[in-house]
Design a protein around this ligand. Structure first.
Ligand SMILES: *Cc1c(COP(=O)(O)O)cnc(C)c1O
Length: 434
């Protein structure tokens, strides 16, 4: 559903229909700065909402455990071929339900319980599934961690090598969820070779930048590439695992039957559509614009006195340390949300506060770039950010209310792809739909 009201859903379940309509309106009227989110195209949404959800397809194309795969086999094969072509890999598995199960499949493929994984620590920007203690990956496997340097906010590859040589992990993860800098895939690969570990590049956040040529590719360096499809890649919620021919069997066996049952065929179709969009020339411009916007946003915040982890950004993401502004991440994020600026509070490296009440805010530009915003709008957003964080400290709700109105003017000038408020009714603020 892409609009405020769809007839069958409204008739059957007006309560859920009404709530989805409210979410359409909310997405239209707010500025989404969460770096892991995006707006998929109407084409991707349409592929998601199809009868493909009715079909069971355990197995792989040509090797299924259910009949009636004449169409599904073709769809999955197209998705796989498009992933291989876009990223330049030998093999792609498009069945993982999401990024976390994709990563768990990698453990299953290469590790026995209790064996050792090296990943970036969660508070340093890593992901839960890279061996963090509260995750199954940190419970069932032995995990060791690397981080960033306090001075630079960047990973010191010599230190990663020292840890790897001392700990001899079987599996090494590079990539993360709050990493504003380029990931040095060749350096990780040389360490992994030295200690005879399997290297996984988790490109969940940056897959779209890599596909669009705005970040170096891990292909030729990592043994396995894990990615979600719903972040910068701008597809449906899902994931892919990619690798060379030598690891293909192990990966496929781990996903099915190792970890999952039937693939979500409606998602597979939508992934295929998103991969086609990502192979188009416009997507290269999109990826470059995401980075240009992030740099403009970082500059706008720095010039207003905000401390940025690592001093800026190379990609789509900016991590702000609010310590010097004398406000914590959570109250700032809540005030920003009241103003229509959607962010998430986040730990910063060496955070002295607790994870549920940390010092930072994480923002990013994939979604605002999908709406067609550019550097001028980024400076405008940085200005609002500054005003609202200041207002949150003094309890100045009038300023927050004023910014909320200004944000509405911006969102109505830049309609979000696939988000169509007011279709079939009188268009309100954001009448245009694309
Ligand atoms: C988002 C993310 C994941 C997990 O994806 P889910 O779909 O939320 O399970 C894994 N790794 C990294 C680096 C991520 O950013």
């Amino acid at each position: 559903m892409t609009r405020e009201s769809d007839p069958a859903l409204s008739a059957t379940d007006p309560e859920i229909a009404g709530l989805i309509g409210a979410e359409v309106r909310r997405q239209a009227d707010t500025v989404k700065l969460i770096p892991s989110e995006n707006y998929v195209s109407r084409a991707v949404l349409e592929a998601t909402g199809t009868v493909l959800t009715n079909k069971y397809s355990e197995g792989y194309p040509g090797r299924r455990y259910y009949e009636g795969q004449q169409v599904i086999d073709q769809i999955e094969t197209i998705a796989v071929e498009r992933a291989k072509a876009l990223f330049g890999v030998d093999h792609a598995n498009v069945q993982p339900y999401s990024g976390s199960p994709a990563n768990l499949a990698v453990y299953l493929a290469f590790l026995k319980p209790g064996e050792k994984v090296l990943g970036m620590a969660l508070p340093m920007g890593g992901h839960l599934t890279h061996g963090w203690s509260v995750s199954a990956t940190g419970t069932w496997f032995s995990s060791v961690r690397y981080g960033v340097e306090q001075e630079t906010g960047r990973v010191d590859m010599d230190k990663v090598r020292e840890i790897a040589l001392a700990e001899r992990p079987r599996l090494i993860f590079c990539g993360g969820t709050a990493v504003p800098r380029i990931i040095d895939f060749p350096a990780f690969a040389s360490i992994a070779r030295e200690v005879d570990a399997v290297l996984v590049a988790d490109i969940a956040h940056i897959a779209g930048l890599i596909a669009g040529g705005a970040h170096p590719s891990p292909v030729g360096h990592a043994d396995v590439i894990s990615t979600t499809t719903h972040k910068t890649l701008r597809g449906p919620r899902g994931a892919m695992l990619m690798c060379d021919a030598a690891h293909a069997k192990a990966i496929d066996k781990a996903v099915f039957p190792g970890l999952q049952g039937g693939p979500h065929n409606h998602t597979t179709a939508a992934i295929a559509v998103a991969l086609k969009e990502a192979a188009a020339p416009e997507f290269r411009a999109y990826a470059a614009a995401i980075v240009a916007n992030a740099k403009a946003l970082a500059e706008g915040l720095s010039s207003r006195g905000f401390d940025l982890v690592s001093g800026g950004t190379d990609n789509h993401l900016v991590l702000i340390d609010l310590t010097s502004k004398d406000i914590a991440g959570k109250p700032a994020a809540k005030a920003l949300d009241r103003a229509g600026l959607e962010t998430n509070y986040n730990t910063v490296p060496f955070d002295t506060r607790k994870p549920f009440d940390p010092s930072g805010i994480r923002i990013g530009t994939p979604a605002v770039t999908s709406r067609g915003m550019g550097p001028a709008e980024m400076d405008q957003i940085a200005g609002w950010f500054d005003e609202v964080v200041g207002a949150a400290k003094t309890g100045d709700e009038d300023t927050i209310e004023r910014v909320r109105k200004e944000v509405l003017e911006l969102t109505s000038a830049f309609p979000a792809p696939g988000v169509c408020p007011g279709v079939g009714r009188t268009p309100r603020l954001s009448g245009r739909c694309r």
